[in-house]
Design a protein around this ligand. Structure first.
Ligand code: NAP
Length: 259
């Protein structure tokens, strides 16, 4: 495995499943050594094994992005193996479908703690390596729900809106250090999270096929669609792209409330 990211060291959070897994596989295929972080250490290690079996280099670690201690421990492990980390993909996330009036402070805070504060903590943990190297790539996975709004997802969409604004602000601050920071808001990607939500009826009674039929490109997105955009944003070639929102959504109208 070699390519545009040869010699780079990357960390992907939420790398044990769905979009994070696809990004980890893709960055490894591009030549990066990949630290796979996930709340579920077993799935992180399984993805790392998958990468290794395919000829790449990876290491899986159980890391809860709500814990600064666990993040620092995971980052320390990856640095100890391969040196400074100069690519970070924040894909760890949790959803919440709830009527607005039923959202408690505890639920609101729990969603923000993973989606927004988790992204903040991981960026802060690896930014010193990037600043020292004078080169870095950060890709934050937000959500199309933050662009158009989403009923029954106020806490989730607000947390992802925070990720978008955080991304733009961090891009301005770290740009002079050779670091780009961009966000991909996915729209309707088939992952375990989406399948779980469809099974609970959250995508409407007609399910996944009906949503795909309403999508302009007439199919659901795959995690690899996000990974392809992520791979480009992490490359040297994307060095003049920063603070951007790169929608990968099959042309779905991101101002519409339809999921
Ligand atoms: P997924 O398959 O459920 O993957 C999310 C991963 O994040 C899971 O492995 C999950 O671990 C992990 N995670 C959750 N809380 C964590 C924590 N505190 N620390 C570390 N890891 C944690 O879902 P996905 O669809 O790939 O989602 C990836 C990202 O894309 C998320 O940020 C999501 O909000 C965003 N997104 C997805 C879509 C879509 O259509 N799929 C659309 C918009 C945005 P566990 O499984 O152990 O909980």
């Amino acid at each position: 495995m070699s390519g545009s990211l040869d010699g780079r060291v990357a960390v992907v959070t939420g790398g044990g499943s769905g979009i994070g897994r696809a990004c980890a596989l893709r960055l490894a295929a591009d030549g990066a050594k990949v630290g796979v972080f996930d709340l579920d250490g077993e799935s992180a290690r399984a993805v790392a094994d998958e990468i290794t079996a395919a000829g790449g280099t990876a290491h899986g670690v159980g890391v809860d992005v709500t814990s600064r201690e666990q993040i620092n421990q995971g980052v320390g492990e990856i640095r100890g193996l391969w040196g400074p980390i100069t690519i970070l993909v924040n894909s760890a996330g949790r959803e919440l479908f709830k009527r607005f009036l039923d959202i408690t402070d505890e639920l609101w805070n729990a969603v923000h703690d993973v989606n927004l504060a988790g992204t903040f903590r991981c960026c802060q943990a690896v930014a010193p390596d990037m600043i020292e190297a004078g080169w870095g790539r950060i890709v934050n996975i937000s959500s199309s729900s933050a662009q158009g709004g989403q009923p029954f997802m106020t806490a989730y969409a607000a947390s992802k809106g925070g990720v978008i604004t955080f991304t733009k602000s961090l891009a301005l601050e770290l740009g002079p250090n050779g670091i780009t920071v961009n966000t991909i808001p996915p729209g309707f990607i088939i992952t375990p999270m989406t399948e779980r939500n469809a099974a609970k009826g959250y995508l409407g009674a007609d399910g996944l096929d009906a949503v795909a039929a309403r999508t302009p490109v007439r199919r659901a997105g795959q995690p690899e669609d996000i990974a392809a955009a992520c791979s480009f944003l992490c490359s040297d070639e994307a060095g003049y792209i920063t603070g951007q929102i790169i929608g990968v959504n099959g042309g779905r109208n991101t101002t519409s409330a339809v999921f």
